[in-house]
Design a protein around this ligand. Structure first.
Ligand SMILES: Cc1cc2nc3c(=O)[nH]c(=O)nc-3n(C[C@H](O)[C@H](O)[C@H](O)COP(=O)(O)OP(=O)(O)OC[C@H]3O[C@@H](n4cnc5c(N)ncnc54)[C@H](O)[C@@H]3O)c2cc1C
Length: 430
């Protein structure tokens, strides 16, 4: 049964969220700008402003919708989460106001699955309540896309693990209460069994932020949110390992799949907002006696953008449906496809939108410039496009076998000979 409808009661919640995000969250975006602003729990002014908004979200049953009921969320599943996230993707602050911001969502899942009761009380509950934020410390300065190249290591010393090494691009480490760190615990094991995952309180002795690296959109004036972190003789108790020794890859996968599709859901919303802006501009701006919307080239740009967005949206929602309805792992290919496609679609739609807005589109007076400078992130965060294309290709090839003979199975003379042999009697009777 294929059905593209939304249950009326959930649609009502989505309608409320849509109005709330446009009227309230998008205002917070301009009042409290800055890439790291939603993660800075010390910013009392911003916190005081958004706290009542969070209460409203909770009252509407839309707080932390990525979580199941056992963790205090409504457990709507991925399709309904996708429909909500595409609304939240319009706004920088909305995921924080709705309790679904990355990387805290994935870190919460890891703690829920692998943390001790004490860690859940100390970190998970305040994280779910939105009182603290966390960071995920995996990428290293010398190696990002291939974790098999990682060297940051943890060794056991009595009843402690001791972590030494460096990590790169640990987003929000400066605001985090704890970091989830991947470290080599058995360098001689098979590649996927070398690493383990640890929860490390941010203020543990030996955790040092070498510098907060700024991306294009952030100013170099200590505004960066992606930390270069050094771990020197960092000691944590044995129970701070999440999962078993050598299970770092397994634990990472538990969070990365969800993280990737959630980014894709939000990208759909961002692209829809950009398309809204394009349509308004096309209808508002006149040149050579007509509105831009009357020019065929502008219509082509709008149509292409609309088609690409519709394709991405269907891919994302179908993948969400696979996650909801099929066994773990079934959505692996779909998630990789979403990961590849979201950066391409946002890039192409944004390029047309900036162009359509002319000189204004290139300025900081429009949000387009900020989104434009963030677009390369989508192709890198949680692994570069090429790696996900490889996943898609391997998934595809896994469903096929080499041709049984000298020629491909679609070779016409070979098929004709086989058909003649199969139907020899009927052909003879003609
Ligand atoms: C905004 C942002 C936030 C991030 N946040 C975090 C975070 O919180 N925690 C964290 O641990 N990491 C984080 N990262 C890092 C991210 O995971 C890495 O950027 C990513 O895994 C790629 O690693 P790298 O940057 O070292 O690139 P590299 O590994 O150096 O790769 C560079 C390029 O080489 C090519 N390449 C790499 N591998 C292959 C391959 N197998 N086949 C073909 N070509 C290939 C690709 O073109 C790739 O883009 C973040 C990155 C960004 C941009």
């Amino acid at each position: 049964m294929w059905d593209f409808s939304t249950e009326p009661d959930f649609q009502e919640r989505l309608d409320w969220a849509s109005t709330f995000v446009r009227e309230e969250c998008e205002s917070v975006d301009v009042l409290f700008p800055g890439g790291g602003a939603p993660y800075d729990v010390q910013d009392r002014a911003a916190r005081a402003f958004v706290e009542p908004m969070r209460e409203e979200v909770k009252a509407h049953g839309l707080w932390a919708c990525h979580l199941g009921p056992e963790l205090g969320g409504p457990g709507y599943g991925q399709v309904r989460l996708g429909l909500l996230n595409e609304i939240l993707g319009r706004s920088h602050w909305a995921p924080t106001i709705f309790g679904t911001a990355a990387p805290d969502t994935g870190n919460a899942e890891i703690l829920a699955m692998f943390g001790t009761e004490e860690q859940k009380a100390r970190y998970l509950q305040p994280l779910l309540d939105g009182d603290i934020v966390s960071a995920f410390s995996m990428t290293e300065p010398q190696a990002g896309a291939d974790p098999k190249e990682f060297v940051c290591a943890a060794r056991r010393d009595g009843d402690e693990w001791v972590i030494d090494g460096e990590k790169w691009f640990t987003s929000n480490a400066r605001y985090a209460e704890f970091l989830i760190v991947m470290a080599v615990t058995d360098p001689d094991a098979a590649p996927h069994a070398r690493m383990s995952m640890f929860v490390v309180p941010r203020h543990t002795t030996g955790v040092e932020i070498v510098r907060n690296v700024a991306t294009f959109v952030e100013s170099a004036d200590d505004d960066g949110t992606h930390a270069y972190v050094r771990y020197t003789d960092v000691r944590v108790p044995l129970d701070h390992m999440l999962g078993g020794p050598g299970e770092g890859f397994k634990v990472a996968q538990a969070r990365l799949g969800g993280g990737r599709i959630h980014h894709a859901m939000r990208t759909v919303g961002r692209c829809a907002r950009i398309l809204d802006m394009m349509a308004e501009r096309a209808l508002s701006r006149r040149t050579q006696g007509t509105a831009l919307s009357d020019k065929q080239s502008v219509q082509q740009a709008l149509a292409e953008s609309s088609i690409e967005l519709a394709q991405l949206r269907l891919l994302v929602l179908h993948t969400a449906w696979v996650i909801d309805t099929q066994p773990p792992g079934a959505a692996r290919n779909g998630i990789a496809m979403c990961k590849v496609q979201m950066s391409r679609v946002q890039h192409d739609i944004l390029q047309r939108a900036v162009h359509l807005h002319g000189s204004l589109g290139t300025t900081i007076e429009m949000p387009l410039a900020q989104w434009w400078s963030q677009t390369p992130h989508l192709a890198l965060v949680d692994g570069p496009t090429e790696v996900h294309r490889t996943t898609v290709a391997k998934g595809l090839l896994g469903q096929y076998s080499p041709a049984p003979g000298l020629f491909p199975t679609e070779h016409v003379p070979t098929r004709l000979a086989a058909a003649r042999e199969k139907y020899a009697d009927r052909l003879a009777a003609l």
